[in-house]
Ligand binder design. Structure first.
Ligand code: ADP
Ligand code: MG
Length: 225
């Protein structure tokens, strides 16, 4: 028991540190990206190949921050009562523009009276990673539907897309660190999501059909005041 306590304290310190670093590192990354971008636009740029690689690597660094630390805040794990609808309003604000860029649409159907207990930043991180994958999987006429409801003392959230889908192998490797089929993937998004859901004593499952789409179901114990 004692060891466990120490371990969770250590984990807390590590995640605090990571959140602060992510926060501080993001801005200089963006500034560097801006200047490199300007360089690629210069005529007679003998170093174009190097600059291109530098840009790609910067994007990889940003991808890692997005998958891990989009909502990380330098604050101690703050467990509160979360209103699912409020959380998704915030998530939508970030993801709807991203979906629109890919020519996709997001619908949400979440009743206002669903509550669980958890950390708001981590909850949002878990779902942003799921929904970002859905957006990245979309092909023309992309559609993502998100809905939630109560069932037997649990709150269930579904995220369904009509994207490219996964075969059995991809489905079974989901959540494995560094497993990615994307050129610019980190392969960390689902690992982070699985860990957050587990830490919140929730459950997550995926069904998918190649060429048809994917559906994630995440459930948490309902919080009754
Ligand atoms: P990344 O997005 O960086 O590749 P993830 O851990 O988020 O890493 O996802 C791992 C892999 O799982 C993706 O590369 C993709 O092949 C597959 N995947 C996850 N979600 C979906 C989805 N909704 N539709 C199709 N493939 C998906
Ligand atoms: Mg991802």
């Amino acid at each position: 028991f004692n060891n466990e306590l120490q371990r969770s304290e250590k984990m807390e310190i590590i995640s605090e540190l990571a959140a602060s670093v992510a926060h501080e590192v993001r801005n200089p990354l963006q500034v560097t990206r801006g200047f490199l971008q300007l360089m690629t636009e210069q005529e007679d740029n003998k170093n174009k190949g190097y600059v291109r690689i530098a840009l790609e690597e910067l994007d990889r660094a940003s991808g890692i921050i997005t998958d891990f630390l989009t909502f990380a805040k330098p604050e101690f794990d703050h467990i509160i009562s979360l209103n699912i609808s409020d959380e998704f309003n915030h998530i939508e604000g970030i993801l709807v523009p991203m979906a629109n860029l890919e020519g996709g649409k997001i619908t949400t159907d979440i009743p206002p009276d669903l509550y669980i207990r958890g950390n708001s930043s981590k909850f949002k991180q878990a779902f942003i990673n799921i929904i970002k994958n859905s957006i990245e999987a979309l092909q023309g006429q992309g559609q993502i539907d998100i809905w939630a409801y109560k069932q037997d003392g649990m709150i269930k959230v579904h995220v369904r897309d009509n994207g490219e889908g996964m075969d059995e192998e991809a489905l079974s490797r989901l959540g494995e660190p560094y497993f990615s089929n994307k050129i610019k993937g980190t392969g960390l998004g689902m690992m982070v999501t699985f860990r957050i859901v587990e830490a919140m004593q929730g459950q997550i499952s995926f069904t998918s059909t190649k060429g048809v789409g994917t559906e994630a179901v995440v459930s948490f114990v309902e919080f009754v005041d």
